[in-house]
Design a protein around this ligand. Structure first.
Ligand code: ZN
Length: 287
């Protein structure tokens, strides 16, 4: 769920985050040469943590589609069920959560991730900040130690300052980073080793998404999967006008086409290619 819910803002954020503000980037951020090109990973275990069921599509559907094609084992962890973001006066939170879950399953299937790989943490939309902080870190630490990922993708907490003002985004960013840190030290949550046999795990690589122009240091060319990405974004029907104001489960074909054209027109390219921007990291800040 984005803020605000209006389609105009959604398209703007989609364009900015999905395609990474890339036109403005090249002069500011030196490209980082990762140990292996992110999109070339093959047969690896990848965890993506998303605050809401749609951020993963907006930020990374192209990259995820490329990674799924290369037989990576991708698991999506969804912090919240996104059960608040509708202007429809007849909508209920329970119904909205069911709708958002089905939309996420459709979007994920389109890019090659089965619904069995979606892990719903079941916090309510906007309420992540009020969860017990220790429990929240422990839960994600356990997921990391269980799957022992080669790569974790997470919302960027900001490289030097905390940049998010939207509660779930801020929380998902910081909590996931805190869990990555805890996961490699055996004395954090020792119960996980004693009771569950889970060993510490050092996450070798992070790909932060929703990056600022100054923080981006890696861009994935998504030319070949751009249409898939647009389809995945469109699968979140209830996030868009007119469904967000009066729910309908499907698109009017003309409105769908118009929405896709708007997204495409605003898509920023880098070196003539559609891209998704990331900040790649190889550890956590000790500062
Ligand atoms: Zn969100």
């Amino acid at each position: 769920m984005m803020l605000p819910y209006l389609i105009r803002s959604r398209i703007a954020l989609f364009a900015l985050t999905t395609f990474g503000w890339c036109a403005a980037l090249s002069a500011q951020s030196p490209s980082m040469a990762p140990p292996v090109a992110l999109e070339k990973l093959e047969g690896k275990t990848i965890l993506l943590f998303t605050p809401h069921p749609d951020d993963d599509a907006f930020c990374c559907a192209g990259t995820l589609a490329l990674l799924a094609k290369r037989k990576n084992n991708i698991h999506i962890f969804l912090y919240t069920n996104d059960d608040k973001g509708s202007y429809d006066p007849d909508m209920t939170s329970e119904r909205l959560a069911r709708i958002r879950k089905a939309e996420e399953e459709t979007a994920s299937r389109l890019i090659g991730i089965p619904k069995e790989n979606l892990h719903w943490m079941q916090f309510h939309d906007g309420m992540l900040e009020y969860a017990a902080p220790r429990d929240l870190v422990e839960q994600v630490t356990k997921s990391i130690r269980t799957y022992r990922p080669d790569l974790v993708m997470l919302i960027d907490p900001g490289s030097t300052v905390v940049r998010w003002h939207k509660t779930d985004h801020r929380m998902a960013a910081n909590n996931t980073m805190d869990a990555i840190r805890a996961a490699e030290w055996h004395l954090y949550f020792p119960n996980q080793r004693l009771h569950d046999g889970l060993q510490p795990w050092h996450v070798p690589m992070e790909a932060f998404y929703y990056v600022t122009p100054a923080d981006a240091n890696y861009w994935v060319n998504i030319d070949e999967v751009l249409d898939l990405k647009l389809d995945a974004a469109a699968a979140h029907v209830s996030q868009w006008e007119p469904s967000i104001r009066k729910y309908r489960a499907d698109w009017d074909p003309k409105e769908l086409e118009a929405m896709k054209q708007k997204l495409k027109a605003r898509a920023v390219k880098k070196d003539g290619h559609y891209v998704e921007a990331f900040r790649l990291g190889t550890g956590f800040s000790q500062q």
